[in-house]
Design a protein around this ligand. Structure first.
Ligand code: IDC
Length: 488
């Protein structure tokens, strides 16, 4: 070996390429950074930073770069510990993403102030090594553009050649990597929602508004946009019971829900069937309707893999014991027809785990619903529900399977100013805990929680950035990032 090396060195010197051999066989290092401005607003912007490790696997990493403009000051960052000193920014790995295998991507992001133009940061290094793999877009784009991921993605295994020619040429399997294709039938394992490989998954998606008011927002074009542009994993189907909903036309609403389940399925999205009780707050008021409705939808959709049942949107003014009593009666009706589907149970105080009523998750931990394969709902509105709610969720997440079946970026009225900072803190937390979520609402309601500007659903464009509200742009930028569903 020594002799070979000496020989090679000699040859190299002769050829004048000594430099090539001057760094001995150390661990290979290298990286690429894809940097995208995903949204910008007066005085600030949000950027996504995808770091691909092109070298050997690392355990613990530090990304560094320089902000080119003195007006660019870091606000919130996610999926790393971020800091800034002068123009130098660093992002250190967290516990859960410290291992970055060869070819793996760390998907980071931040918000920052800006004085107008947002020149791209420079001099990216990963663990001190310059990221000279080709970088992302040369110019920042104002809207999140779904960039083709240049990372080695597992390609669908080609079907083995068959001895007899297929009768008709099959087109390349369309949508074979949709969320439902990849994850299949879901179930609860431990405190997580798990896929067909029994690995935890986080589903990120959107909730409809009340079908009785905004039914026209759910059509082939809008659902295509949701699946393809938003890359949404799920559609929550909010079927109000009162306020002109189910109670006025049980069979009509049942078939509208079933039709939306089919349309979600056709696009590879999960369908969360939400029995949207709100007023009155005691779900037992609607228990007979719930049994009829869930008996029908569970029987009709039992063979589907994409259905999740949410049996009571937001119980309020009612004890956990009463909610549990409702769940203990409705769940067996679902199980009798559809034994393997996940069921989500609303919680006290508008699905706040009791916090909005001065309680907390312990009343559930001490007296859980008598069923397996269930999760508990948690809802928040970012401008109204902040640190004490986040603390509860962080603590409860190690004891109860949680799903954020509804959240807003605004106040609990569904209106008011969007709270970007609180929304980011919430979504970062949910990402870390792998808790799924659905945003209120995928509609053009004239309220700031809606993702689309008023009038959008009267047209055909659900894709351009011009139809999005401030909330829609932020939520889309979060939902449309690639999923990393485990497949083994
Ligand atoms: C709101 C709608 C609004 C409607 C109102 C009454 O945004 O247009 O008039 O319901 O039905 C919830 C509820 C959800 C609320 C939403 C915003 O689950 O039905 O929608 N919200 O107030 N919980 C907390 C907030």
């Amino acid at each position: 070996m020594k002799r070979i090396l000496a020989l090679l060195t000699a040859c190299a010197m002769i050829l004048g390429v000594h430099a090539l051999l001057s760094s001995p066989a150390a661990a290979a290092a290298g990286c690429r950074v894809d940097y995208t401005v995903t949204s910008q607003w007066q005085g600030g912007f949000q950027a996504g930073v995808k770091v691909t490790n092109l070298g050997d696997s690392v355990s613990g990493w530090m990304l560094k770069f320089a902000m080119p403009d003195a007006g660019q000051k870091l606000g919130q960052g996610w999926n790393a510990t971020w800091s800034q000193s002068g123009s130098a920014v660093s992002a250190a790995s967290l516990d859960w993403n410290r291992t970055l295998a060869t070819g793996a991507v760390a998907d980071l992001g931040f918000t920052a102030t800006s004085t107008g133009a947002n020149p791209k940061p420079t001099a990216f290094t990963l663990n001190g090594v310059a990221c000279t793999g080709s970088t992302g877009e040369p110019t920042p784009t104002p809207t999140p553009t779904p960039t083709p991921t240049p990372t080695p993605t597992p390609t669908p295994t080609p079907t083995p050649p068959t001895p007899t020619p297929a009768p008709t040429p099959t087109p390349p399997t369309p949508g074979s990597d949709t969320p439902v294709d990849v994850n299949g039938q879901l179930h609860v394992c431990g405190v997580h929602l798990c896929n067909q490989y029994s690995r935890p998954v986080q589903l990120r998606g959107m909730s409809t508004h009340g079908l009785q008011w905004f039914g026209k927002c759910y059509n082939p074009a809008s659902l295509d946009a949701l699946a393809k542009d938003w890359k949404s994993d799920l559609l929550r189907i909010a079927m109000y019971v009162q306020e002109g909903g189910y109670e006025t036309d049980p069979s009509g609403f049942t078939s509208r829900v079933n039709s939306l389940v089919d349309q979600a399925e056709a696009r590879g999205m999960y369908a969360l069937i939400d029995f949207h009780t709100l007023t009155p707050g005691d779900p037992n008021f609607n228990i007979d309707r719930a049994k009829n409705f869930f008996g029908a939808v569970a029987a009709r959709n039992a063979d589907k893999k994409n259905v999740i049942y949410e049996i009571a949107n937001e119980p309020n003014g009612v004890s956990w014991t009463a909610i549990k009593n409702y769940a203990d009666q409705v769940i067996p009706v679902i199980r009798a027809a559809d034994p393997d589907a996940v069921v989500i149970v609303g919680t006290r105080g508008w699905s706040s785990l009791g916090v909005s009523d001065g309680s907390n998750e312990s009343e559930i931990v001490n007296n859980p619903v008598n069923a397996t394969n269930i999760m508990y709902a948690f809802h928040f509105y970012a401008a109204s529900h902040k640190d004490n709610y986040r603390t509860t969720v962080s603590r409860a997440a190690s004891q109860l399977p949680l799903f954020v079946t509804e959240f807003g970026t605004v106040s609990a009225t569904g209106g008011g100013a969007m709270d970007r900072t609180s929304t980011m803190a919430w979504l970062d937390l949910l990402d870390q805990l792998k808790i799924g979520y659905a945003n209120w609402t995928y509609s053009d309601a004239n309220e700031s929680s809606a993702a689309f500007r008023p009038g959008t659903c009267s047209g055909t464009d659900y894709s351009s950035s011009g139809v999005l509200t401030e909330s829609g742009a932020l939520v889309k930028s979060r939902i449309s990032t690639p999923d990393s569903f485990p497949t083994s």
